[in-house]
Write a protein that binds this ligand. Structure first.
Ligand SMILES: [Zn+2]
Length: 276
């Protein structure tokens, strides 16, 4: 009897991959993900135990090796792997080789991606709070969503600040040395829109909602020209800088929620694009 109670007690402290999936689907709901996306548990057995969980922005050879070397049971990778449907999983290509290695080492993969971008405590909401946006609303709301969530965020800065001050605020909060800017640094910014990652496609919708400044991770040259031609200030933070901080925060959220699980943000991943 004593043994059984001891065993039951131990069972209570066993966290399954499914327990983590349940938390993640509450924190970064899959229902908020874009239609084209691939989110949720992408690799692994949801009934396995999760003792060690690593978060990262992207599964790369470096972050995959870190997970395997540290005996990680689950990687929570913002960007999905796999993303596209696969016909084979061989060592012939980088992405499928990583998948093969992770499967061999019994490392599961969960990707929240655009569900995390859009969530109530997601990446865009966090960016909105970092810049001091008042009353942030989605740029593109999900129709009939009870929580009024959706893609990107738009809202006002009170008091208004200069584009230079906004740039400084973002650089300081995200610890980035350089950002790309379209616009005059002494221009006044009041109504700000933002979208993490590659958010250039949201520029037009954000402009129609009256933003004078649009902040995203990266955008192509034509989006920069479009911003210039429409007198919209554009700040490019870098894709990595616009999202990685949120995966560091997610690791500490997981640590709070599951104190028995060892959770950490990947230390091996870094921005491949260096700015000088
Ligand atoms: Zn991204």
């Amino acid at each position: 009897m004593a043994l059984m109670i001891a065993l039951l007690g131990q069972l209570n402290f066993m966290t399954s991959i499914q327990d983590i999936c349940d938390f993640l689907d509450w924190f970064a709901p899959q229902r908020l993900a874009e239609e084209w996306d691939n989110v949720g548990l992408l690799v692994g057995d949801r009934n396995s135990t999760a003792n060690r969980v690593m978060t990262c922005l992207t599964i790369t050879p470096a972050s995959a090796a870190e997970a395997i070397n540290k005996g990680c049971d689950l990687i929570v990778s913002h960007h999905p792997l796999p993303f596209q449907p696969l016909k084979k999983i061989t060592a012939d290509a980088i992405s499928t080789r990583m998948l093969l290695d992770l499967i061999r080492a019994e490392v599961a993969v969960y990707s929240p991606h655009t569900g995390f971008d859009s969530a109530a405590h997601g990446i865009n909401q966090s960016l909105a709070e970092l810049v001091g946006m008042e009353n942030p609303k989605p740029i593109i709301p999900i129709p009939n969503d009870p929580d009024e969530l959706g893609s990107g965020r738009i809202g006002d800065l009170n008091p208004s600040i200069s584009l230079a001050e906004l740039v400084d605020r973002l650089k300081a909060s995200l610890s980035v040395g350089h950002v790309g800017v379209v616009g005059q640094m002494d221009a006044t910014t009041h109504r700000i829109a933002l979208a993490c990652g590659s958010g250039g496609t949201f520029l037009e919708s954000a402009r129609q909602l009256g933003c004078d400044t649009f902040v995203t991770g990266e955008a192509n040259f034509h989006t920069c020209l479009e911003a210039e031609a429409t007198n919209t200030n554009l700040i490019l933070l870098g894709h990595y800088a616009s999202e990685r901080f949120a995966l560091e925060r997610l690791a500490s959220e997981l640590g709070k929620q599951f104190p028995e699980v060892d959770s950490w943000p990947s230390v091996q991943e870094s921005d491949p694009l260096k700015r000088y």
